[in-house]
Design a protein around this ligand. Structure first.
Ligand SMILES: [Cu+2]
Length: 113
C-alpha cells in the first residue's frame, strides 16, 4: 500500500514538473530582416523585446536576426509582425509604406519587391 502511494506520488510529481517545464521551453530561430546600419540593429532588436523573447541579435552584414524565445508565450509570426511595425521587412511580413517612411533617411534600406 505504501509503495503504491509512493509510486502514484512520483508519477504525479513527474507529470506536474513536466508540465511546468513545457511552458518554459525555449526555441531558437533565425530569419532575414532587411536593414542597413547600427541604428537599424538597435531598432530591430528593440522591436523584438516583448514578453517571451529571451534574446535577439541582428547581424549587420548578413541581415540575419537570431532570436531565442518561448513559443508558449509568443509566436515567431507575432515577433515578425512587431518588427514589420517598426519599419523593417521580414521574410514573412512587410512593413507598411507609412512605417517604413518613419525611418531616418539613412536607415531606409533598399526594398526588394
Ligand atoms: Cu539604419
Amino acid at each position: 500500500m505504501k509503495t503504491k502511494i509512493l509510486i502514484m506520488l512520483t508519477i504525479m510529481i513527474t507529470l506536474f514538473s513536466a508540465n511546468i517545464f513545457a511552458k518554459d521551453v525555449i526555441t531558437k530561430t533565425s530569419f532575414k530582416v532587411n536593414g542597413n546600419c547600427d541604428m537599424c540593429k538597435s531598432r530591430i532588436e528593440k522591436a523584438t523585446k516583448t514578453k517571451g523573447v529571451k534574446s535577439a541579435n541582428w547581424n549587420e552584414q548578413t541581415h540575419i536576426l537570431t532570436i531565442v524565445y518561448v513559443p508558449a508565450k509568443i509566436s515567431a509570426d507575432q515577433i515578425k509582425q512587431n518588427i514589420a511595425n517598426a519599419g523593417y521587412d521580414t521574410d514573412k511580413f512587410k512593413s507598411t509604406a507609412e512605417d517604413y517612411n518613419k525611418l531616418p533617411q539613412c536607415c531606409q534600406y533598399e526594398r526588394v519587391n
